[in-house]
Design a binder for this molecule. Structure first.
Ligand code: FES
Ligand SMILES: [Fe+2]
Length: 351
């Protein structure tokens, strides 16, 4: 492994939506520079193995599934979900070292997660909290974006929503976002950045969701969980209805509209990533038309980010002699990158 890895290996990464992994044909995905083949076994659990056949490295994902095992498309070697070879055409005995590497898999909250690092450390308790994605109290849906940039550029982007004012000027952007100072805090592998905007005009998107005229209190609470998950708690409520408590008490957001934007950005390679997002809400439940409308609207908004970040990556690649610099608005992303670097360094020491 190169010394300049951008990502830790000892982490759970989302590699697919549950519905994308089936029992009929394998799915090819790349995680942390490792091509993998995934499939669903007859017991419904998911297997992930190296996508390179032990024999001549043909991609197993191009092969067939048979009795819950994967068959190489080239000469027919067959591997089970532990990566062990179970059949070798024209050969009776199979050496025990004929195997491909298998990876720990976890499936929860509509996502399939894979642990590319040391399997002994693959504790399910370390998976990122994405429970809103199938929590009955929340409603919504999402998509995947395959982007040509380092996953950390999305972390930078999401840790500071100042960019909304400029990148998303016509949708969710508003001058008040860029003008309100941020508060940053951190604990362990988590960072929180929040921006509370009191008595501001609602941007068009939130105005429509709220469905009421008048000034609003608006909140953006950004929670980063290393290495690559960010949950945004966003919403508006009419000013003075308790969303921003005056006495430091508990906020009452019942008069407002509240969303959780789930973002988990999986490194595919050093300069490409898979960005899984979903837009959950706790109002207008079971309104499938609204779910679809919001999902598609959000997909359009996120393309605005993709265009900037891919161009940014292209420039970073063309000018390796220049470096990224930090402003006050980057406090959250600096902290997030620091935690990521710490995780990578710890793995280096462990050998
Ligand atoms: S390359 Fe897979 S069986 Fe030959
Ligand atoms: Fe954005």
């Amino acid at each position: 492994m190169s010394e300049k890895r951008n990502f830790p290996l000892n982490a759970w990464y989302v590699v697919a939506w549950s519905h994308e992994v089936g029992a009929r044909k394998p799915l090819a995905r790349t995680l942390c520079n490792i091509p993998m083949a995934l499939w669903r076994k007859p017991d419904d659990s998911v297997a992930a193995v190296d996508d390179a056949c032990w024999h001549r490295l043909a991609p197993l994902s191009m092969g067939a599934l048979e009795d819950g095992q994967i068959v190489c498309p080239y000469h027919g070697l067959k591997f089970d979900s532990t990566g062990a070879c179970t059949r070798m055409p024209s050969q009776e005995t199979i050496g025990p070292n004929v195997k491909v590497r298998a990876y720990p898999v976890l499936e929860q909250h509509r996502f399939v997660l894979v642990w590319p690092g040391d399997p002994d450390k693959a504790d399910p308790a370390l998976a990122p909290d994405l429970h809103w994605n199938d929590d009955p109290e929340w409603e919504g849906d999402g998509k995947t974006m395959f982007a040509k940039c380092d996953y950390r550029l999305f972390i930078d982007n999401l840790m500071d929503l100042t960019h909304e004012t400029f990148v998303h000027a016509t949708s969710i952007g508003h001058q008040s976002v860029a003008e309100t100072p941020l508060e940053t805090s951190h604990e362990g592998n988590r960072v929180r950045v929040q921006r509370i905007m009191e008595d501001v005009d609602a941007p068009p998107f939130w105005r429509a969701q709220l469905g009421k005229p008048g000034k609003v209190d608006r909140w953006q609470i950004i929670d980063f969980e290393a290495p690559c998950t960010i949950v945004l708690d966003v919403g508006v409520a009419l000013t003075g209805t308790g969303a921003i408590p005056k006495d430091g008490g508990k906020p009452d957001r019942s008069q407002g509209v509240n969303g959780r934007v789930l973002n988990t950005i999986t490194p595919e390679t050093d300069t490409t990533c898979m960005y899984f997002w979903s837009l959950m809400r706790n109002y207008k439940m079971r309104d499938q038309s609204l779910t679809t409308l919001l999902r598609e609207a959000n997909a359009t908004i996120f393309v605005e980010d993709q265009i900037v970040l891919e161009a940014q990556q292209a420039m970073i690649s063309r000018r390796p002699d220049l470096k990224l610099r930090n402003l006050n608005i980057d406090a959250g992303s600096m902290r997030a990158r620091h935690i990521i670097d710490r995780m990578i360094a710890a793995e280096g020491q462990a050998g």
